[in-house]
Design a protein around this ligand. Sequence first.
Ligand SMILES: [Mn+2]
Length: 332
Amino acid sequence: MERLLPIIDVLKEKKSFLITGHIHPDGDSIGSQLALAHILKQMGKEVAIINNDPVPPAYRFLPGSETILPPQANIPPFFDAAVVLDCHEGKRLGEVESLLKRVETVAVIDHHPAACNRSESWLGDINFIDPSYSATGEIVYELIRKIDFKLNYVLAVNLYVSILTDTGSFKHSNTTPRVHRIIADLIEEGLNVEQIATLVYETNPLGLVQILGNCISTLKLAHEGKIAWTSISSRMLKDKGLYPEEIEGEKIIDMLRSIKSVQIAVLFRETNGKTIRVNLRSKNGIKVNQTAALFGGGGHPKAAGCTLNESLSEAEHKVIGELKNLLSVREQ
Ligand SMILES: [Mn+2]
């Protein structure tokens, strides 16, 4: 893992760090940030973790999650370095992107496929971007091994949740033998995997499950049942007293994708203001990140997303239209 050495140099040489990750954080984003922040603090560094959005409730049990600050927080005027995790595009950082101006060196650690092949356009001064990793947490684990840092409970639980969530509970094709070897190491730190699974997956507010039911019963199909989609309006969230960050969407979209005929599942979410967040998932090797890119988004071939400044119905019309094109081209 010689390619990690430039990142390791930054971690060792710099003294103050801004740690961040993408908007609408998931388990990997939160877990990998908390693990890296923990290592840096143990090394005696000054660390501020700043995220555009709050930690989703399901991850608030993770040790250190209470230290994650919003961009408006009172933070130092300057940092020696920033480490951007689980993301390599400035626009995916939300308001945190502008804080990078206060930083001398930006390092990126990510496993999303590069949005652009030209490395000069990547966000970091130093970039480690490798889609062969299941999760950014897996890269952080490798960093820990490379610097001979001792694993402990705090690192183990954060990295476990990173990898657990980004592999779909070890079901996705990114679940390699390496993943299971790492997970074995992490569990040996005394993790209670049953309790973690309960905290991550089985502590939903009632309203969330009711929204899920609503989404399932109103799902729509197109292209001979190969595309399934549903939507969550801000009205629905308000009625159930939920905040947008409480909806991770993964369960809803997994249910849609579980339908036999479905090749592509899509969830549309109305967020504050007039923007629609779109999550795309596929099976059978269909590359939905190509469609996400048409709308300025990106992601993995089988799991991607984008944001549209449209009404819900207009966003559905445009995205589903492009997905039909994607399938038509494949079917020719
Ligand atoms: Mn990830």
